[in-house]
Write a protein that binds this ligand. Sequence first.
Ligand code: NAD
Length: 331
Amino acid sequence: MKIAVFSAQPYDRQFLDAANAAEGHDLKYFEAALGLESVALAAGHEAVCIFVNDVANATVLEALQAGGTQLVALRCTGFNNVDLAAAARLGVKVVRVVNYSPNSVAEHAVALLLAINRKTHRAYNRTRESNFSLNGLMGFDLHGKTAAVVGTGKIGRVFARIMLGFGCKVIGHDTFPSAEFEALGARYAAPGEIGANADIVSLHCPLTPETHHIINAETLRRMKRGALLVNTSRGGLVDTEAAIEALKSGQLGGLGLDVYEQEAGLFFRDLSNTIVTDDVLQRLIAFPNVIVTGHQAFFTQEAIGTISETTLRSATEFAKKAPLSNEIKMA
Ligand code: NAD
């Protein structure tokens, strides 16, 4: 099957080519992100393979369908960038990759948390200049603290398990509570209790209209003063300007972000020779108690390998008209 792979980075080619040895598809790689300007590149391809910042809205899907595309294969879990209603109307199938490695994302969330708490990023820079002063580097023991997990799905549960290993009390919130989360030794709590008691809040729910800006001026105000916030889920969960105000006032003690509301067009690119004009991002990066990584939480060998294999296996299922194991259907 002819598959147009958008937002293709060298590592995508490497892992997809390796996985394709078992599947035999005809892969065409495009560095460009899928969008209105680039959709013509997909003409004649039965499938497109896209990533987190590609856009598959109704207009793009109509153009894809007109060009012969019948399958959109997301090589990620989140699907907030695809208009599922439009896809269903057009008869375009949408598949994604679930459960490729919840460990990869949860472990990165912990890495961000440890770094903002113990200021490892600042220590790294200091010691390179023979500055061995400890002033300003004090953190707190995670042991005995309360960590809140918002979204207790696959990734949230791995994060919870790791935090329990540190000796944290773990509380969680989810619209669909799971017995597996409680079986770990964690418990569910109302949003009010999370705000009042959590020393750490880590976001692991998908971006939906309900979760857009779930962290906003009001929820930040209700958080424990000095609490640390980690977002490895989707940028739109956090109202970034409100987070900046909370950082300025000290209400928010630190922020670890792997995702950013306006990351499309910025992340996954080397912009080190250009002037980045996003003032909000620049302001964020300037805080000593903020770490931004460029959507790399998923980026482990295990995860990329599984993503590539699952994506191409889904394409094979589609080509064989077999049931699609990873199809996303309208709720
Ligand atoms: P999952 O579906 O297993 O879990 C998500 C959980 O969020 C579910 O239990 C769901 O009930 C819950 N949820 C939905 N709406 C909610 C709400 N309003 N409030 C609280 N909880 C709510 O998904 P997962 O595999 O754990 O992935 C979680 C998210 O992580 C994905 O949606 C994706 O956006 C993000 N992600 C990021 C990266 C990265 O590299 N940074 C990689 C993979 C996934």
